[in-house]
Design a protein around this ligand. Sequence first.
Ligand code: SF4
Length: 55
Amino acid sequence: MVSINKKKCIGCGTCASVCSEVFEMSDDGKAKVKAQKNTPCVKEAIESCPVDAIS
Ligand code: SF4
């Protein structure tokens, strides 16, 4: 399961741009999971997050 630590997320938007199937930016300026999918870009997003907020 993919989850985002909203306390850590700085709202940079990287996860939503590398993996838009799974992540989107929320109204609060943080990322959110829009669909639980096991696609390769999830790993890419985890590795790209500057604050390690995705697990
Ligand atoms: S890449 Fe990380 S810090 Fe950036 S929006 Fe996504 S979860 Fe937040």
